[in-house]
Unconditional design. Structure first.
Lengths: 492, 223
């Protein structure tokens, strides 16, 4: 994934820092609470939400279970419609394909529609090394790019910035990149949007190469779909002569009809609208309308490894709506940066460790970045059971075992740092297998209960700092059961 | 080995658990969701379209075919438009009373030229009432996608009730995936500042929709 995230500290350290940032917490609280209430209202408007959600889940599951077939079908239909299909096994290969395609046009700048896939592979940085400037055109991406910042939300990468901070960034940085911010720019959202309109227009009008991702790819027709709000997507998809779309292989749906499900669930889940302002659907190239050359780069980059995990593969259903971020109590407090990935929040906590493996400190810590409250599962429009996958990944971190990495089977070692848990579990297994020892231990614990400390020493101190240790009863349960015959004789 | 073969090979190995006789697509996907939400008369559906268009800040006008030319002329005059872009197949009668200079869209028109035009008038392919969405499919009366994108003012004419459907599923049924499609729901907007919707970013900042039909009260500007 993007080089900007290399060497991230584990989630607890990063989150600790974020939680102490009052401005950040205020910004996140305001934004996530605004959207939460709106989403609930938008979902209530459709009486068949549960059926739409189930259909979305089943469409995605079916596609994933036959992904090889649908990928080949998509390739055939895109090619038949005038597009060219490229395959990229990892980020480096995708970046090289895109850089070569741009260089073949003779251009040294490109305009970009917001795309998680190109964020994930660090495309902008890779292009810059080849002397190609990539301009982000989504308002929030622009704020992140101008602010030399990192994205912190799937839908609104600059959610951690409030209007005052955005105004300052525009005033300070826009002149470095092109048209400066208007004189006397205030922090009203309408004026900020106007400033972005003016700044980017010159780039749109002269752009020869556009780069996008896609929300959906229809296997039967070869149609790609980009769902957006601002019109920057339409600009990038229709004005340039060459269009390059980098799309994860899991974005396929089998049929045109399948769009009727997602075109209802995605806008309501992401921006809490009945429908987003603009959606572009294109099939290859059209004479006289839009780009003459269309290239589709199909990206693996860990997706097939994720697919190999029968529990974890459901993460590939994700349509990147970000509803799970907006309801998550952990995300609301820690913010997106603490997750150390372009995919933050609950979905990021299950996606990043699967796409990248759980070998780094940050990825091994992500399955723990959750209280398992389940709010994410409730709002997910494709019913990804995020808590189930979190627990599954925790098991993988603690116990290790066989997983796929870059298409090869590897055996993970159990993570360090969970030695105490493992020792406790081993001791429990030993004791539960030996009733005599268990009884002796329980009796000893009961008799010495007045001597027990109220908090744990050593490494357990942090855990018991916010919790009371459970009190040991005066008589072990099993002794009580035997003495009273399960309470039948009424004796205490 | 090519990356294509490598990726397809990885996919097949990853799916070793999927039985050969796995449930086919038709059975695997339940479609017991609704084709449309609620029962409405045709007139109610058109009213709902008007209501939802207006809810997302499109300006809605309703008129009879006889009044269409005057309505469009009035809208352009009110806006002070000096130039209006015309797709090649637009009904010439629609602009019969317009004072603004008509500019034909030519294949060689550059984006900079389009940027200097004040307004654009188009027809549409279909409109969905439940979401307040109009869809353009690049037919001759709608033109290339860019002409409804670069100018700041878009007037879109919807023939009612024949071009109106209730829902998204019904709209998709009417569309041809082979054509370049643009779904438009209100003027361009963003939620990127504090997750709150603000109208007016890169697309036309003013979207006016004319619902034209025999039973539409003449020149009645609604909502």
């Amino acid at each position: 994934m993007s080089g900007t995230f290399v060497g991230m500290p584990a989630f607890p350290e990063a989150a600790h820092e974020a939680v102490n940032n009052q401005t950040l917490r205020g910004n996140l609280r305001h934004a996530t609470h605004t959207i939460r209430a709106k989403r609930a209202k938008a979902v209530t408007e459709v009486s068949d939400w549960a059926e739409l959600r189930e259909a979305g889940k089943r469409i995605k599951d079916h596609t994933l279970r036959h992904l090889d077939r649908y990928l080949e079908q998509l390739e055939t239909s895109v090619t038949a419609a005038g597009g060219t299909v490229h395959w990229a096994a990892d980020a480096d290969e995708a970046n090289r394909i895109v850089a070569d395609l741009v260089k073949a046009t003779g251009e040294s700048e490109v305009v970009k529609v917001k795309s998680m896939a190109t964020q994930e592979i660090g495309l902008n940085e890779a292009l810059l090394e080849e002397g190609i400037h990539a301009y982000e055109t989504d308002l929030a991406e622009l704020i992140v790019q101008l602010g030399k910042d990192r994205p912190s939300h799937i839908l609104v990468p600059a959610i951690h910035r409030n209007r005052g901070e955005i105004r300052d960034i525009f005033e300070r940085e826009m002149s470095e990149w092109g048209r400066p911010a208007p004189e006397g720019l205030t922090d009203t959202p309408a004026e900020l949007a106007e400033a972005a309109r003016l700044h980017l227009r010159e780039k749109f009008l002269r752009a020869k190469v556009g780069i996008s991702g896609a929300n959906f790819m229809v296997a039967e027709t070869g149609t790609l779909v980009v769902v957006e709000s601002e019109g920057n997507g339409r600009m990038c998809l229709t004005l340039p002569e060459t269009l390059i779309s980098v799309v994860g292989i899991e974005k396929i749906v089998p049929t045109w009809q399948d769009l009727e499900v997602f075109m209802q669930t995605l806008p309501r889940s992401s921006t809490a609208e009945r429908m987003n302002p603009y959606t572009t659907m294109w099939t290859g190239t059209t004479d006289g309308d839009g780009p003459r050359d269309f290239h589709l780069v199909l990206l693996d980059n860990g997706r097939t490894d994720t697919l190999a995990d029968e529990v974890g593969r459901q993460a590939l259903r994700c349509i990147r709506c970000s509803a799970c971020l907006n309801v998550c109590p952990v995300y609301e407090r820690a913010g997106g940066h603490a997750y150390g990935s372009v995919y933050p929040g609950p979905i990021g906590a299950i996606l990043s460790p699967q796409l990248r493996g759980v070998t780094s400190e940050i990825d091994a810590s992500l399955p723990y970045a959750s209280s398992l409250c389940g709010a994410c599962y409730d709002v997910c429009p494709v019913a990804i059971d995020i808590p189930e996958v979190l627990v599954h990944l925790r098991e993988r971190v603690v116990q290790g075992g066989e997983v796929m990495s870059k298409g090869n089977k590897v055996v993970l070692k159990p993570a360090k740092g969970h030695a105490a848990e493992r020792a406790a579990m081993r001791a429990a297994r030993w004791a539960f297998g030996r009733p005599g020892a268990l009884r002796a231990g329980q009796r000893l614990a009961s008799r010495t209960r007045r001597l027990h400390p109220r908090s744990l020493p050593g490494p357990g101190k942090a855990w018991s700092g916010t919790r009371d240790l459970p009190a040991v009863p005066a008589e072990p349960f099993r002794d009580w059961w035997q003495r009273t015959q399960g309470g039948k004789d009424g004796a205490k | 080995m090519s990356s294509r073969e490598r990726i397809l090979g990885r996919v097949r190995r990853a799916l070793a658990d999927v039985p050969r006789d796995d449930m086919p697509y038709e059975q695997a996907v339940p479609r017991d969701y609704l084709r449309e939400h609620g029962e409405r008369s045709v007139a109610d559906t058109v009213d709902l379209l008007a209501e939802n268009l207006a809810d997302y800040r499109a300006i809605v006008h309703r008129c009879t075919p006889a009044d269409l030319a005057a309505t469009i002329a009035g809208m352009l005059a009110a806006r002070g438009a000096k130039t209006v872009l015309v797709p090649p197949g637009l009904d010439a009668g629609w602009l019969a009373e317009v004072d603004a200079e008509r500019i034909a869209d030519r294949a060689e028109s550059t984006p900079h030229e389009l940027d200097r035009v004040d307004s654009v008038v188009t027809a549409c392919a279909v409109a969905a009432a439940e979401t307040g969405t109009i869809v353009l499919d690049g037919s001759p009366d709608q033109g290339r996608r860019r002409i409804t994108l670069v100018p700041d003012h878009h007037i879109c004419v919807v023939r009612v009730p024949e071009q109106v459907v209730s829902s998204v599923p019904q709209a998709l049924e009417r569309l041809d995936p082979a054509r370049p499609l643009t779904w438009i729901t209100g003027p361009s907007a963003t939620s990127d500042i504090e997750l709150d919707r603000v109208e007016g970013v890169h697309g036309p900042r003013t979207l006016e929709v004319v619902l034209v039909g025999e039973d539409q009260a003449s020149a009645d500007v609604s909502v």
